[in-house]
Design a protein around this ligand. Structure first.
Ligand SMILES: *Cc1c(COP(=O)(O)O)cnc(C)c1O
Length: 475
């Protein structure tokens, strides 16, 4: 019996899906074991040749195609599921979340309208309400997004529309002066992109200087707002970061909330990674003041270990999303009474069921399971933080979150970049470098919920080797 080219049935479908799951299971079992490298070196020519070795003129058997993809991924990617990956905020995916993503792909609910996907829409509404309550919001509306960048872009558009309702129809020319917004010099660069995409331009982004711990200096914020108003500009938004990407710094949220309230500005908190601290009783106080924000960004695909992409924009200003994105189209199904259609409250139109993976993970881990996993990661970072000085490193960031930045003042400028590259090439661990206060520093973030004391010790050992190797090179 010949197979349909797209829609397999019976044993043919079962075999392919079972094979795909078996591949994922084998990968996750082997990725942290033996001599496997965390970040195998990749040469663009070799990767391209591998990709193009498969021809669409000569289709392959399903098993062969699956194996080809899996083998390529094994060889050519940084393995974020490796417990010695201490990199950007990319997690080892939670098991229930992988299952949720498979089910979401198979059922393929359309989250443009409620009437097409009542179950999926209500799950996402429930998740937004539950998470909003964790952040101390009294009322919550939200939308899932591809990631933090889209959630931040959403925040900018919502804040702009709420400040200057005429802009939606008339464009920026209708605003009373050039709209500008404030964030710290350590804020995420997705706001630069959002400023460009919104037509405000990068000049609208007003970076505010930070203190020695990378936190926004609130006096500098107030001074900058006053100067801009005196120049006839139109401030409308202040963004605080709760967990900067470089060093996990948390801006002083309560004082920024006061400034925003006094100045009549929308207050957004970018808690893309650090927001997860709200789920851990002893870390949550670090986020005090977030409940006063008008909106926030939170990424489940970072510290909550959900596979990409799973961003979330939450607001306690009911109706703001609908005012920003609401529209009607004759080809769309008629709305159901008393419920909102997601396409009228988000940037996306057709949208995948992002909430499934978080819903299933929470259903099985519960809040307590999450708290335990996050607490463990914070403890592993503490272990690293406390051991580094014995090797001659200075810890240069100050945060309760599991991210450690370190430097050796005796190293020449930019030596951290070489150091990180040596560690990456060694394949034993993966760390990165960043800039803090004008200096290159090393950065290690515990992103894997299963990273244990042995992995921290292995990282310390790799750093010691790197130091010996690089010292030999410089003599
Ligand atoms: C990661 C990050 C973002 C961007 O989020 P994506 O999910 O990568 O789009 C925004 N803000 C902060 C603070 C982040 O750490």
């Amino acid at each position: 019996m010949s197979r349909h080219p797209l829609l397999f049935e019976g044993a043919a479908r079962r075999d392919v899906l079972a094979r795909a799951i078996a591949i994922v299971d084998a990968y996750l079992g082997e990725v942290g074991q033996g001599e496997g490298q965390v970040g195998p070196p990749a040469e663009p020519g070799a990767v391209r040749a591998y990709v193009e070795s498969l021809s669409f003129e000569h289709p392959r058997a399903p098993d062969e195609a699956l194996e080809h993809l899996a083998e390529g991924l094994r060889r050519f990617q940084v393995h974020v599921a490796h417990p010695r990956y201490f990199g950007l905020f990319n997690p080892a995916p939670a098991t229930m979340a992988i299952a949720g993503d498979v089910i979401a792909a198979g059922f393929n609910p359309q989250l443009a309208t409620w009437s097409h996907s009542p179950m999926a829409c209500e799950i996402e509404r429930f998740l937004a309400a539950e998470l909003g309550a964790r952040f101390g919001y009294d009322d919550v509306e939200g939308t899932f997004a591809s990631g933090g960048a889209e959630a931040n872009h959403t925040a900018l558009l919502v804040a702009l529309g709420e400040a200057f309702p005429e802009v939606a129809r008339e464009g920026l020319r209708a605003a009373p002066g050039s709209p500008v917004f404030y964030l710290s010099a350590e804020a995420h660069h997705s706001f630069q992109k959002a400023a460009r995409m919104s037509g405000l331009g990068e000049v609208a982004v007003r970076p505010v200087e930070v203190d020695a711990a990378s936190r926004m200096r609130v006096e500098a914020l107030e001074a900058r707002i006053a100067a801009d108003r005196a120049d006839g500009l139109a401030p409308f938004l202040v963004v605080a970061t709760a967990g900067t990407t470089s060093s996990g710094a948390i801006d002083p949220l309560p004082t920024i909330a006061e400034v925003a309230e006094r100045q009549g500005l929308w207050f957004h908190v970018d808690a893309a990674w650090g927001g997860a601290a709200a789920l851990v009783p002893e870390l949550a106080p670090a986020l005090a003041g977030i409940e006063r924000s008008d909106s926030l960004t939170f990424d489940a695909h970072k510290w909550l270990s959900v596979p990409m992409g799973a961003g979330l924009f939450l607001t306690r200003r009911r109706g703001a999303l609908g005012r920003t994105f609401g529209t009607r189209a004759p080809y769309m199904p008629r709305p159901v009474a008393d419920v909102d259609d997601p396409y009228g409250s988000s940037m996306q139109w057709s949208r995948r069921f992002i909430g499934a993976k978080l819903y299933l993970t929470l259903a099985v881990a519960g809040w307590e399971g999450y708290a335990a996993a996050l607490r463990h990661q914070a403890q592993m970072a503490d272990r690293l933080r406390h051991a580094l000085p014995d090797q001659g490193w200075d810890v240069v960031n100050d945060t309760p979150l599991p991210i450690v930045c370190f430097d050796d003042p005796k190293l020449a400028a930019n030596r951290a970049v070489t150091f990180a590259a040596w560690v990456q090439r060694s394949g034993r661990a993966w760390i990165s470098s960043t800039r803090l206060a004008g200096r290159s520093v090393l950065r290690a973030c515990v992103t894997h919920a299963g990273t244990g004391p042995d992995d921290i010790d292995a990282l310390l050992d790799t750093l010691a080797r790197a130091r010996r190797a690089l010292e030999r090179q410089t003599v």
